[in-house]
Ligand binder design. Structure first.
Ligand code: CS2
Length: 497
């Protein structure tokens, strides 16, 4: 496509929509007439490339003009995006990046946004309003305050304690939703659905557990009201959405002629499987490609174990080798073999699913990871390792060991992550480790990061694994030693023998 030149691109706003270059798809509906019946907590890049786009597709259908999204940001990092969205009347663009072409469209389904720390009362007002029928969440894998190994709610977490002590000044999604539920209970406002859109096993059940445990600590009546009035569908979400870069913003300005301060970037692929359990109505997402089902578990397990686990499998070694994008890693023949072998190892833990051919599914993952144009960041994949190991790697390991199998790649993945935690790559360059839960590995880190037992005996991450399967400790230790003495490539070769 020819570059658009000649004048400064106009800022994306309601008023400039009609003047955008014709090639850019944009809302064909009147945004002021949408009804924000869905309030989404955590309207970051993933929400805006996934749920909000399904809603936008629906709004673009001639007879589906109702559901819009109202977004809420909880974290300091959300402030910048909030300011940008306000400037743009909450419009933003989606840059779809395929290997050989990029398209850009404007998404109009987000019709408002609040930065919660500056607008606590307004946010609670939105969540407790009778207009709100669905509260949805993208708060990351580690954002549910539930310990994986025990299923225990982390009632002693500093932020949870804060929210219990100050119910009208919450910090966490749990505190906000509980306060909204309390007001709805007292005012006789109707039921609503809490829809989790995070990558975790039985995400609806996890949201339910967190909210009910928190509510119980507030009052028995609130706990009971929530049990009777809120539904918690499980869902599986999928679309690779890298962090937006300045280069992406420049592409949008130069190629498409738009100044967009809040664009999101994603691959063309998308998938959404939801349990049809919405107590107060829902958008007809099935009309735009979502799959409604009675049992999400096998879909979610397939996705998390193969795709998310696959990302972790090549992510840590990629960082150690100095790669910055996932495509560089997936196109490295040795890392690609590791990924393929990892998926072969995990496959026996998965059920055959109607409509999903696992050969094709795994081949598609290799292709999606190899999309060089998308420049998905290795740093993004390596972040939050504690939560990712426990959700994407450990469950497959438990299944295989429990059946008497002898996995080789999964223990290597754990070793590669532990080795990565030293914070130095193979060229002795510093790597930035971003993981809010790293404190749980303090004894391992304090001892120099070389003793596998100290890591694997961290019960909050690995439960009883180290004690039930001592051979696992031996295996991880041996890979860790080899990584230190012979480096990443030699250790992968050895693992793949
Ligand atoms: C990734 C996911 O963060 C990760 O480790 O595996 O963000 C992944 O890109 C998405 O789940 C794709 O749907």
């Amino acid at each position: 496509m020819p570059a658009i030149t000649g004048h400064d691109p106009a800022l994306l706003r309601d008023a400039t929509l009609a003047h955008l270059p014709g090639i850019i798809a944009r809302p064909n509906y009147d945004r002021s007439r949408t009804f924000p019946g869905l309030v989404h907590i955590g309207a970051g890049a993933f929400n805006r490339s996934h749920l909000a786009v399904y809603l936008d597709d629906l709004l673009n259908l001639s007879d589906q003009k109702r559901w819009g999204e109202f977004g809420v940001g909880l974290l300091p990092a959300d402030k910048q995006i909030h300011d940008a969205l306000v400037e743009q009347d909450f419009l933003y663009g989606l840059l779809l990046v395929d290997t050989d072409q990029q398209t850009y469209r404007i998404v109009g389904s987000l019709v408002g946004h609040l930065y919660a720390p500056d607008s606590i009362e307004e946010v609670i007002g939105k969540l407790s309003s009778p207009d709100c029928s669905i509260i949805s969440l993208t708060v990351t894998e580690g954002g549910y305050f539930i310990e994986d190994s025990s299923g225990r709610f982390l009632a002693d977490h500093e932020d949870i304690r804060h929210d219990l002590e100050h119910p009208d000044r919450p910090r966490t999604w749990v505190g906000y939703v509980a306060e909204a539920a309390d007001r709805r209970m007292n005012r006789g406002t109707g039921p609503f659905t809490l829809l989790s859109c995070d990558n975790l096993h039985a995400n609806g059940a996890a949201a339910r557990k967190a909210l009910l445990s928190f509510a119980e600590a507030r009052s028995g009546a609130l706990h009971n009201w929530i049990e009777m009035n809120i539904s918690f569908p499980n869902s599986m979400v999928d679309r690779i959405t890298p962090r937006t870069t300045d280069e992406n913003r420049a592409t949008i300005a130069n190629k498409f002629g738009v100044r967009d301060l809040a664009p999101v970037v994603s691959e063309p692929f998308r998938q959404w499987v939801l349990e049809d359990n919405f107590v107060a109505g829902r958008p007809a997402w099935e009309l735009v490609g979502a799959q409604m089902t009675t049992d999400v578990a096998p879909y979610e397990m397939t996705k998390m174990r193969l795709l998310n686990g696959g990302h972790s499998t090549i992510g840590y070694v990629a960082d150690l080798l100095g790669y910055s994008t996932i495509a560089q890693a997936a196109c490295d023949p040795l890392l690609r073999r590791l990924l393929i072998q990892f998926m072969a190892e995990v496959r026996p833990t998965l059920k055959q699913l109607p409509g999903i051919d696992l050969d094709q599914y795994t081949a598609t993952i290799v292709k999606r990871f190899s999309n060089a144009a998308i420049r998905d960041q290795v740093a993004r994949i390596c972040s939050d390792g504690c939560a990712k190991m426990t959700k994407f790697i450990v469950p497959s390991l438990i299944d295989l060991l429990g059946r008497g199998e002898h996995p080789r790649v999964l223990p290597f993945v754990i070793a590669s992550w532990l080795h990565y935690l030293r914070g130095q790559d193979e060229n002795n360059l510093q790597m930035t480790i971003s993981d809010p839960s790293l404190g749980s590995l303090q004894p391992f880190l304090d001892a120099g990061g070389g003793n596998a037992f100290l890591a694997l005996s961290t019960r909050s991450l690995f439960g009883d694994l180290a004690f039930t399967y001592p051979q696992l400790v031996t295996q991880v230790q041996s890979a860790l030693d080899q990584l230190r003495s012979h480096g990443v490539r030699a250790t992968i070769e050895q693992t793949l023998l």
